[in-house]
Design a protein. Structure first.
Length: 133
């Protein structure tokens, strides 16, 4: 039997605030990815209207999907942090945080070895003894 191990370190700090991240509910993150595949167009001229403001707001909203709302009022604190004018979060960090959250929640989870290998033998641990040639 394979056992999937979930990452244990689930906290990150930004702007002096510590947040705990969670895996977003699959439909919520699917909606985000699906929205990426559709263009929002300006009805007056048919062009895609993307602004710096809309892009940053999109990152802020998407990050919220990953924040554990039960850990110290995480979502409330996140919203307050993003509105902070004194000592604000640098705008470039929103993209970095979102990219990092996607990476940690999208990478394959390590599996624990089965109790017996396919041939019925205990699994063999492979180790490295340092030193390279």
């Amino acid at each position: 039997m394979k056992r999937f191990e979930v990452t244990q370190d689930r906290e990150f700090e930004v702007g002096g605030e510590v947040f705990r991240w969670v895996f977003p509910y699959w439909e919520d993150i699917a909606d985000v990815f699906d929205a990426d595949d559709t263009d929002e167009t300006d009805s007056t001229n048919g062009e895609v209207k993307v602004t710096v403001r809309s892009t940053l707001q999109d990152f802020i909203t998407r990050i919220e999907l990953f924040i554990d709302p039960e850990f110290n009022d995480g979502v409330k604190r996140w919203r307050e942090l993003t509105l902070r004018k004194k000592d604000p979060v640098p705008h470039s960090q929103y993209a970095q945080i979102y990219q990092w959250l996607l990476e940690v929640t999208s990478r394959p989870t390590p599996t624990l070895p089965s109790s017996l290998s396919e041939d019925g033998q205990p699994p063999i641990a492979v180790t490295s003894k340092g030193g390279s040639s």
